[in-house]
Design a protein around this ligand. Structure first.
Ligand code: ATP
Ligand code: MG
Length: 348
């Protein structure tokens, strides 16, 4: 095994409409990282089914997220784009990691608590074990850097804990097989960019999510100009005018969120936005924000709808990506199985 090479991995769930939060917190980061790193971008369909997905919708959403990757500028020739379920090593490594991770660690995960809600006994076992699969996604490629939104920080920390515990528990076996240490890198979260946590348009204390039942909570990449304008017009605000200084946004989560979105889309910062709109009413600001959002997202949405009209082309990209991904993950899993002590006589 050679020294750990820098490699980027990240995933997006095909759970519904991709939104502005996914775009600013994840997709634009994915695109930027292609410049300097080898990148693997995955449509994580196995994560999606931790909550119920209608099968035909799941397939449609998988192709739509792939289209969004391409429309934003991810290059499937130079990098790797595929869907998770086509590479069996994710599931294999996830099982091993289920046996490394501790119940106590997973019990602390806020995403599980939020998504399971009050009906925890009714949540799927998969929803609870989600972070083990996420660790497997990353470590099956020995990825070192993971661009994500702020909401995934806790899961990334858990991935590091799993990698660390595996490295420690199996240190003697790793040495006995002559593999170099540490066996797995400890993956670093890359939580960067101007909008690592975009909030819901209906509630400035909740993150914008694909799975929020209210479509008015988010701006989807596929929304047309009128819908974007309507959603921004209806976005929750407070009765005060916009402040002139950033400090005036404290304790005003909805105003803070809209100003943050404007700044991210305009490649500027909140003080600059407030210099332009501070003291004025929300109505003028919202109109300018709608125009800006349509300008930035319209091209992506149009390219996505063009791409989804040719599912065969998307499926071919996913197939080729899965083959490239498997060629990295297969040898890693072969070594993992040796380290764990699984007899693999079929392959010897
Ligand atoms: P779901 O509600 O089904 O979990 P989601 O909107 O959280 O959907 P994911 O597929 O879970 O989307 O996440 C894809 C990527 O987008 C992750 O890197 C995640 O951190 C990022 N992301 C999700 N929501 C936001 C947000 N509101 N702001 C910034 N980044 C976000
Ligand atoms: Mg999510």
């Amino acid at each position: 095994m050679s020294a750990q090479k820098t490699r980027v991995f990240s995933g997006v769930q095909p759970t519904g409409n991709l939104h502005l939060g996914n775009y600013l917190g994840a997709l634009t980061r994915f695109v930027a990282l292609q410049e300097n790193f080898d990148c693997i971008y995955c449509v994580v369909d196995m994560h999606a089914i931790t909550v119920w997905q209608e099968p035909t919708e799941l397939a449609r959403n998988t192709r739509e997220v792939t289209a969004a990757f391409l429309a934003c500028g991810i290059d499937p020739e130079k990098h790797i784009v595929f869907n998770q379920s086509q590479v069996v090593q994710h599931a294999e490594l996830a099982w091993i990691f289920n046996c490394v991770a501790r119940m106590g660690w997973l019990n602390r995960m806020t995403q599980f608590k939020e998504k399971a809600g009050k009906h925890r006994e009714n949540a799927s076992v998969g929803l609870f074990a989600y972070p083990s699969l996420m660790a497997a996604d990353i470590l099956a490629y020995r990825a070192t850097h993971v661009p994500v939104g702020e909401d995934q920080k806790q899961h990334l920390e858990l991935s590091r804990d799993i990698a660390q515990k595996f490295n420690t528990d199996f240190a003697d076996s790793v040495a006995a097989h002559g593999f170099s240490q540490p066996f797995f890198p400890l993956p670093e979260p890359l939580i960067q960019g101007p909008a690592t946590r975009v909030m819901s348009l209906r509630d400035g204390t909740k993150k914008m999510s694909k799975s929020d039942p209210s479509d008015y909570s988010r701006i989807n990449l596929t929304d047309d100009a009128d819908t974007v304008a309507l959603k921004i017009r209806k976005a929750k605000t407070d009765p005060e005018p916009l402040p002139n200084e950033e400090a005036g946004l404290a304790a005003r989560p909805e105003a803070d969120n809209l100003v943050g979105i404007f700044a991210a889309l305009a490649d500027t910062d909140k003080p600059a936005v407030l210099r332009q709109f501070g003291g004025g009413p929300f109505s003028a600001f919202k109109q300018a924000l709608a125009d800006l959002a349509v300008d930035r997202l319209g091209r992506v949405g149009a390219e996505m709808s063009r791409l989804v009209k040719d599912p065969a082309h998307i499926d071919l990209i996913l197939k080729e990506g899965a083959e490239k991904a498997a060629s990295i993950a297969e040898p890693v899993l072969r070594d993992v199985k040796k380290v764990v002590g699984f007899v693999q006589s079929r392959f010897e």
